[in-house]
Design a protein around this ligand. Structure first.
Ligand SMILES: O=C[C@H](O)[C@H](O)[C@H](O)COP(=O)(O)O
Length: 233
Protein backbone atom coordinates (compact mmCIF):
# COMPACT_ATOMS: atom_id res chain seq x y z
CA UNK A 1 0.00 0.00 0.00
CA UNK A 2 1.26 3.50 -0.91
CA UNK A 3 4.49 1.96 -2.16
CA UNK A 4 4.72 4.38 -5.07
CA UNK A 5 4.39 7.31 -2.66
CA UNK A 6 7.15 5.97 -0.44
CA UNK A 7 9.34 5.68 -3.50
CA UNK A 8 8.38 9.17 -4.66
CA UNK A 9 9.41 10.91 -1.42
CA UNK A 10 12.61 8.85 -1.24
CA UNK A 11 13.71 9.68 -4.75
CA UNK A 12 12.74 13.34 -4.33
CA UNK A 13 14.82 13.58 -1.13
CA UNK A 14 17.81 12.01 -2.83
CA UNK A 15 17.57 14.38 -5.80
CA UNK A 16 17.08 17.40 -3.53
CA UNK A 17 20.16 16.65 -1.43
CA UNK A 18 22.24 14.78 -3.98
CA UNK A 19 25.29 17.07 -3.77
CA UNK A 20 25.34 17.04 0.01
CA UNK A 21 24.89 13.26 0.07
CA UNK A 22 27.60 12.77 -2.54
CA UNK A 23 29.99 15.00 -0.53
CA UNK A 24 29.17 13.38 2.82
CA UNK A 25 31.78 11.17 4.42
CA UNK A 26 29.44 9.61 6.97
CA UNK A 27 25.85 8.91 5.97
CA UNK A 28 23.29 7.75 8.52
CA UNK A 29 20.45 5.61 7.24
CA UNK A 30 17.29 4.78 9.16
CA UNK A 31 14.89 1.88 9.24
CA UNK A 32 11.62 0.92 7.56
CA UNK A 33 9.80 0.38 4.31
CA UNK A 34 10.17 3.99 3.08
CA UNK A 35 13.89 4.32 3.62
CA UNK A 36 14.43 1.05 1.73
CA UNK A 37 13.52 2.89 -1.47
CA UNK A 38 16.10 5.52 -0.57
CA UNK A 39 18.73 2.81 -0.07
CA UNK A 40 17.78 1.12 -3.36
CA UNK A 41 18.27 4.38 -5.21
CA UNK A 42 21.61 5.07 -3.48
CA UNK A 43 22.77 1.61 -4.52
CA UNK A 44 21.46 2.04 -8.08
CA UNK A 45 23.44 5.27 -8.42
CA UNK A 46 26.55 3.72 -6.84
CA UNK A 47 26.55 6.39 -4.13
CA UNK A 48 27.46 4.16 -1.19
CA UNK A 49 30.98 3.49 -2.35
CA UNK A 50 33.80 5.40 -0.60
CA UNK A 51 31.44 6.36 2.20
CA UNK A 52 30.97 5.33 5.81
CA UNK A 53 27.37 4.22 6.20
CA UNK A 54 25.92 4.02 9.70
CA UNK A 55 22.56 2.35 10.27
CA UNK A 56 19.78 2.71 12.84
CA UNK A 57 19.02 -1.02 13.15
CA UNK A 58 20.18 -4.55 12.45
CA UNK A 59 17.28 -4.68 9.96
CA UNK A 60 18.92 -2.01 7.81
CA UNK A 61 22.36 -3.50 8.47
CA UNK A 62 21.07 -6.81 7.14
CA UNK A 63 19.46 -5.19 4.09
CA UNK A 64 22.72 -3.45 3.20
CA UNK A 65 24.78 -6.56 3.94
CA UNK A 66 22.69 -8.49 1.43
CA UNK A 67 23.65 -5.84 -1.12
CA UNK A 68 27.35 -6.22 -0.32
CA UNK A 69 27.63 -3.15 1.94
CA UNK A 70 29.12 -3.59 5.39
CA UNK A 71 27.61 -0.80 7.45
CA UNK A 72 28.59 0.65 10.82
CA UNK A 73 26.37 0.94 13.90
CA UNK A 74 26.27 3.83 16.40
CA UNK A 75 28.98 2.14 18.53
CA UNK A 76 31.69 3.10 16.07
CA UNK A 77 30.22 6.27 14.69
CA UNK A 78 30.01 9.34 16.92
CA UNK A 79 28.70 11.63 14.25
CA UNK A 80 27.19 11.64 10.77
CA UNK A 81 27.05 14.36 8.14
CA UNK A 82 23.50 13.50 7.11
CA UNK A 83 20.81 11.22 8.50
CA UNK A 84 17.85 10.06 6.42
CA UNK A 85 14.92 8.14 7.88
CA UNK A 86 11.19 7.49 7.70
CA UNK A 87 8.60 8.47 10.32
CA UNK A 88 5.24 7.41 11.74
CA UNK A 89 3.52 10.73 12.43
CA UNK A 90 4.42 14.37 11.91
CA UNK A 91 2.41 17.34 13.16
CA UNK A 92 2.27 20.97 11.97
CA UNK A 93 4.96 21.85 14.50
CA UNK A 94 7.31 19.31 12.83
CA UNK A 95 7.40 17.09 15.90
CA UNK A 96 7.68 13.46 14.91
CA UNK A 97 6.81 10.03 16.29
CA UNK A 98 9.06 7.14 15.29
CA UNK A 99 9.63 3.56 16.37
CA UNK A 100 6.98 1.37 14.77
CA UNK A 101 9.88 -0.93 13.83
CA UNK A 102 11.32 -0.72 17.37
CA UNK A 103 14.47 0.98 16.08
CA UNK A 104 13.89 4.24 17.95
CA UNK A 105 16.98 4.18 20.19
CA UNK A 106 19.60 4.04 17.44
CA UNK A 107 17.41 6.32 15.34
CA UNK A 108 17.46 9.00 17.99
CA UNK A 109 21.18 8.50 18.58
CA UNK A 110 21.81 9.10 14.88
CA UNK A 111 19.44 12.08 14.75
CA UNK A 112 21.28 13.66 17.70
CA UNK A 113 24.71 12.97 16.19
CA UNK A 114 23.92 14.22 12.66
CA UNK A 115 24.42 17.67 11.21
CA UNK A 116 21.48 17.40 8.80
CA UNK A 117 18.35 15.35 9.55
CA UNK A 118 16.02 14.51 6.64
CA UNK A 119 12.81 12.50 7.02
CA UNK A 120 10.77 10.96 4.21
CA UNK A 121 7.11 9.97 4.33
CA UNK A 122 3.86 9.72 2.45
CA UNK A 123 0.89 11.95 3.26
CA UNK A 124 -0.84 9.35 5.48
CA UNK A 125 1.70 10.18 8.19
CA UNK A 126 0.86 13.90 8.21
CA UNK A 127 -1.23 15.31 11.03
CA UNK A 128 -2.19 18.95 10.33
CA UNK A 129 -2.69 19.79 14.02
CA UNK A 130 -0.10 21.39 16.32
CA UNK A 131 -0.32 18.41 18.67
CA UNK A 132 0.39 14.68 18.17
CA UNK A 133 -2.48 12.19 18.38
CA UNK A 134 -2.49 9.69 15.50
CA UNK A 135 0.08 7.08 16.57
CA UNK A 136 1.07 5.55 19.90
CA UNK A 137 4.48 6.62 21.20
CA UNK A 138 6.88 3.65 21.42
CA UNK A 139 9.07 3.62 24.53
CA UNK A 140 12.13 1.40 24.93
CA UNK A 141 12.37 0.00 28.44
CA UNK A 142 14.83 -2.32 30.17
CA UNK A 143 13.02 -5.63 30.77
CA UNK A 144 13.27 -5.69 34.56
CA UNK A 145 11.61 -2.27 34.80
CA UNK A 146 8.68 -2.98 32.51
CA UNK A 147 5.89 -3.24 35.12
CA UNK A 148 7.32 -0.37 37.17
CA UNK A 149 7.34 1.85 34.06
CA UNK A 150 3.82 0.73 33.10
CA UNK A 151 2.61 1.67 36.59
CA UNK A 152 4.31 5.09 36.49
CA UNK A 153 2.95 5.86 33.00
CA UNK A 154 -0.53 4.87 34.10
CA UNK A 155 -0.30 7.24 37.09
CA UNK A 156 0.71 10.00 34.65
CA UNK A 157 -2.58 9.37 32.81
CA UNK A 158 -1.31 7.38 29.82
CA UNK A 159 -2.39 3.96 28.60
CA UNK A 160 0.79 1.90 28.21
CA UNK A 161 0.64 -1.33 26.18
CA UNK A 162 3.49 -3.84 26.14
CA UNK A 163 4.30 -4.67 22.52
CA UNK A 164 4.00 -8.41 21.84
CA UNK A 165 5.94 -10.20 19.08
CA UNK A 166 4.17 -11.62 16.04
CA UNK A 167 6.63 -14.40 15.17
CA UNK A 168 7.72 -14.78 18.80
CA UNK A 169 5.85 -15.57 22.01
CA UNK A 170 5.93 -12.77 24.55
CA UNK A 171 7.25 -9.21 24.28
CA UNK A 172 9.27 -8.14 21.27
CA UNK A 173 12.98 -7.69 21.95
CA UNK A 174 14.76 -4.66 20.51
CA UNK A 175 18.25 -4.63 18.97
CA UNK A 176 19.45 -3.69 22.46
CA UNK A 177 17.71 -6.55 24.29
CA UNK A 178 14.96 -4.31 25.68
CA UNK A 179 11.14 -4.27 25.55
CA UNK A 180 8.85 -1.76 23.86
CA UNK A 181 5.84 -0.15 25.52
CA UNK A 182 3.43 1.58 23.13
CA UNK A 183 1.94 4.60 24.80
CA UNK A 184 -1.69 5.38 23.99
CA UNK A 185 -2.76 8.94 24.84
CA UNK A 186 -5.25 11.55 23.74
CA UNK A 187 -3.03 14.46 22.67
CA UNK A 188 0.60 15.41 23.08
CA UNK A 189 0.86 19.20 22.95
CA UNK A 190 4.52 19.57 23.86
CA UNK A 191 6.62 16.71 22.47
CA UNK A 192 9.87 17.86 24.08
CA UNK A 193 8.31 18.17 27.54
CA UNK A 194 6.59 14.77 27.33
CA UNK A 195 9.79 13.15 26.06
CA UNK A 196 11.70 14.56 29.04
CA UNK A 197 8.95 13.64 31.51
CA UNK A 198 8.88 9.99 30.37
CA UNK A 199 12.66 9.68 30.38
CA UNK A 200 12.73 10.65 34.05
CA UNK A 201 11.12 7.28 34.89
CA UNK A 202 13.82 4.85 35.94
CA UNK A 203 14.11 2.01 33.43
CA UNK A 204 13.07 4.05 30.40
CA UNK A 205 15.88 4.05 27.84
CA UNK A 206 14.40 6.27 25.12
CA UNK A 207 11.13 7.37 23.57
CA UNK A 208 9.99 7.57 19.96
CA UNK A 209 9.17 11.28 20.36
CA UNK A 210 11.46 13.30 18.11
CA UNK A 211 10.82 16.97 18.99
CA UNK A 212 11.36 19.39 16.12
CA UNK A 213 14.88 20.30 17.22
CA UNK A 214 15.84 16.88 15.78
CA UNK A 215 14.11 17.60 12.48
CA UNK A 216 15.60 19.69 9.65
CA UNK A 217 13.67 18.65 6.54
CA UNK A 218 10.62 16.48 5.95
CA UNK A 219 9.81 15.37 2.42
CA UNK A 220 6.20 14.25 2.02
CA UNK A 221 4.60 12.71 -1.07
CA UNK A 222 0.92 13.15 -1.95
CA UNK A 223 -1.27 11.49 -4.57
CA UNK A 224 -0.90 13.02 -8.01
CA UNK A 225 2.91 13.01 -7.87
CA UNK A 226 2.94 15.99 -5.51
CA UNK A 227 5.80 16.41 -3.08
CA UNK A 228 5.95 18.98 -0.29
CA UNK A 229 9.03 19.94 1.67
CA UNK A 230 8.61 21.05 5.28
CA UNK A 231 11.50 22.64 7.09
CA UNK A 232 12.47 24.62 10.17
CA UNK A 233 15.39 26.15 8.30
O1 LIG B 1 11.40 1.90 14.13
C1 LIG B 1 11.07 2.21 12.98
C2 LIG B 1 11.18 3.53 12.43
O2 LIG B 1 10.93 4.59 13.27
C3 LIG B 1 10.65 3.75 11.02
O3 LIG B 1 11.51 4.69 10.44
C4 LIG B 1 9.21 4.25 10.94
O4 LIG B 1 8.37 3.37 11.63
C5 LIG B 1 8.73 4.43 9.48
O5 LIG B 1 8.66 3.19 8.87
P1 LIG B 1 7.94 3.00 7.46
O6 LIG B 1 8.72 3.80 6.48
O7 LIG B 1 8.01 1.51 7.19
O8 LIG B 1 6.54 3.46 7.60
Amino acid sequence: MYEYLKKLSSIYALRMFIDKIRDSKVLGIGTGSTVKYFIDELIRLGMLKDKKVVVSSYATHNYLYKHGIDAYTPINCNYADIYVDGLDEINANLDIIKGRGAALLWEKQLAIRSKLRIYIADYTKVNPEQYLYMKPVPIEVVPNAVYYVIEKLTILGYKPVLRIGKMKDGPIITDNGNFIIDLVYEKIQNAKQVDEEIKKINGVVETGLFPNNLVDYVIVSYPGNIVKVYSRR
